[in-house]
Design a binder for this molecule. Sequence first.
Ligand SMILES: [Zn+2]
Ligand SMILES: [Zn+2]
Length: 404
Amino acid sequence: MGIEEQVSAILAYGECCDSCLGRFFGKLSFGLTNRERGHALRVSHGLALNTPFREPEAICWICGGICDRFDVMAEKVAESLAGIEFSSFVIGSRIPPLVAENEEMCWGDLHLAGAEPLKTELNREVGKRVSERTGREADLRHPDLVALVDLRDDTITVQITPVFFSGSYRKLERGIPQTHWDCRSCHGAGCERCDFTGKQYQDSVEELIGRPAVAAFAAEWAVLHGCGREDIDARMLGGGRPFVMEMVGPRIRSLDLGSLEQEINRSASGRVEVTLTGWTGRDAVEIIKSERAHKKYRILVEIDGEVSPEKLEQALSSIRGATIRQRTPERVAHRRADRVRPRKVLEIGSAGKEGSAFVIEVTGESGLYIKELISGDHGRTEPSLSGLLGTEARVIALDVVQVG
Ligand SMILES: [Zn+2]
Ligand SMILES: [Zn+2]
């Protein structure tokens, strides 16, 4: 079937707008919009048949008038983007199923190989118009936001691409979890136990850094991706722990990280301290999550009975450089698979005493359970300081002093 016959067949189905007509041959000629191409086809069709030219009079049976509303849609999109900072965008769309069915029927019936779907035309045409109205560029690959035009219920949803920045944090106070925990009783709904906050702990490192950041970015929320985590009752000192912060739904995306750093350190004063190192992307989250960093701890250990410095040193020297076999600790067994993990102790040494407790510094492979290395966890960790000394030993305070 030639183009001429195909056009006749399409027009015989019913009234069809220029955009829909042109789109059936969308891949045929470059430099024309579908509407221009459709108009040209309609004119030449009339000439060939020697019939008077006429514009379509009724509503297009294929799109139901969607193609006449690109300007209106663009206006609505531009309105819903007001107040959002972005330099690039992309338009997405959902088309009523019946419309898609109409055009697909013609493709099949008439063997139209060069047709373009309505969705593609809509995204491009509305995109051009939004670009004109906002002065921002359409970018299909890395847009700052996606405006989703849903023609099924006539809504526009804006999905703002997150922004990421990196840094490191020091946790100066014990008892703060790294990330927000839902209340164990109500699972976040709010109850008497949690004072209707829905939280198990009133604050987390994530929130202490996140709250000022959410305000600065006018974001929905913030997600902290840490390079590992310290125990809730451990401080994180020294050079701090590297992290990437993901700002979800930011209506502002360019700001001065130096001022943000100051604001975080001011509002979390004495509890958490950050150094922000710069802007980054989602790739950095994967990298930081997979980082197998070594960690250095400073712990206070209480040992039952009399232990001479020589005896302690002897025990420490058999752990130094050793690979420890650790069965999943009892305290986390309910949320981790029970298995034996080999982890290396790179360095361990005594650094004197604080009161009756020994100060010990340990550098271990990522994932080494320090408390169990000392206590032995009822034989689940082997060897352990307790086992080597032949007496009970336990960690009474633990700080991370270095990560990486
Ligand atoms: Zn149409
Ligand atoms: Zn609760």
